[in-house]
Design a protein around this ligand. Sequence first.
Ligand code: G3H
Length: 530
Amino acid sequence: MSKAKNAIPIEFQIDSPIHQKTYLVGGVLKEWNGKSADVYSTISSTDAYAPTFLGSAPDMGEPEALDALNAAEKAFAKGQGAWPTMRVRDRIECMELFVEKMKTKRDLVVKLLMWEIGKPLPDSEKEFDRTIDYINDTIENYKELDRDSAKFEKHSDVLAHIRRGPLGVVLCLGPYNYPLNETFCLLIPAILMGNTAVFKPAKIGVLLITPLLEAFQESFPKGVVNVLFGRGRAIAGPIMKTGKIDVLALIGHSSSANALQDQHPKSNRLRLVLGLEAKNPAIVLPDADLDLTISECLAGTLSFNGQRCTALKVVYVHDGIVAEFNKRFSAAVDKLPFGNPWEEGVKLTPLPEAGKPAYIQELLDDAIAKGAKVLNEKGGQHFDNYIWPAVVYPVTKDMRLYEEEQFGPIIPILAFNDIEQPLDDMAESNYGQQVSLFGKDVYTLAPLIDTLANLVCRVNLNSSCQRGPDVYPFTGRKDSAVATLSVHDALRSFSIRTFVASKDTELNNEILEKLLETRLSNFVSTDYIL
Ligand code: G3H
């Protein structure tokens, strides 16, 4: 799909490319004079299709990676740094300052989200706003956590003042489909808890982080947040090899997470906070409300072109209704409006990975060769930067489409007669994030819910899978996640319980009282933050 520049609303046009020439290390926006990587959008600005040149970003390597690690280590300073020992109140103030500065960059970040990853305008705005809400909610939750810790406990004549303390240096890597939100859902709780971080934007969705560098620099003490640009292999690998990373926080593919973990020489020291791939199924029972089911399956499989870890990636439909479901679902897929992200009402948008249509075609060819058919008329049609979602049926277990996480616009459908079939498949699967269950009869639903809750971590009743609202736990079994994220859980995932214990003696109690009175310790404190 191509668009003349004058068809692009003026506020979304790329007038001059962004050439990012600085990176943030040790509180300094350092000049970058080394090689850069060009950034292109798969969206065209001209009538004849051509990718749009957006600018360039530094393509860094090991020396800069180690420099950033060193800065983060120095800021943590074996737990003695200003940041990890700072009063909670003061860390919160830094975060509040950051969020105010971040808000001023909304328009530019939203525009870059559309160009770099092809996310529709309302969803790009939502990604930005949801991130702001997430930061504010995290601050409130941290206050609550701190209030709950502002006390002493006493058991068996031992007094304890228990808090949550930071873990150390965090390497933070986010995904391209939520390059702002998911990355910040790791980074923000990590630093708020007193850790320091090295952060590298995803492989796509890089420039949209650049407007925020100054906000990071101006809001946090030096070395708390260090931002690098470049390829994961060139940057993250050398950092992991040093063994100086305490937490690997990554949302992406398990192959990257495994490769990075393997390079860390001290595996017991390394904590993992990982959100990985999934193959969330929809299970459609014979009594399901088909209108509702089709609309939820449409959103579940194809929101942001299926490029969500929570997307429905395989659909099981009961034999009795599969013909009707397939007919109506296929027609609905072909009615979805395709266009550039800023076009009103658009649901399908260009794929940001230039190689994705070819990969989807491979899955399709493999499925067809093994006996499946494309049910919808437009299924598999190629555009310059897109492949129309194909509804593929019947899918069998020997097909790549059944096995691989497609992360794109193609929908495998399987029919089942016996409910044990989808349950067995889920139990065998490497993944265990969520499921969508469609049906009405409580006698059928009850035992299914009880089983499914033990196979995945969220059972969505008559609704598509999703991460939000962010107060709910976001996690998965097997290869789908390590640790739990949510506003509440992330603060816990990035910290450890640590406490001061003292036998209930006159001497100790006098010391404790003096510590509280003088407010000399930031740890031993019963001050409340309201
Ligand atoms: O890519 C995975 C995201 O966590 C999905 O989030 O369900 O809000 O789209 P979402």
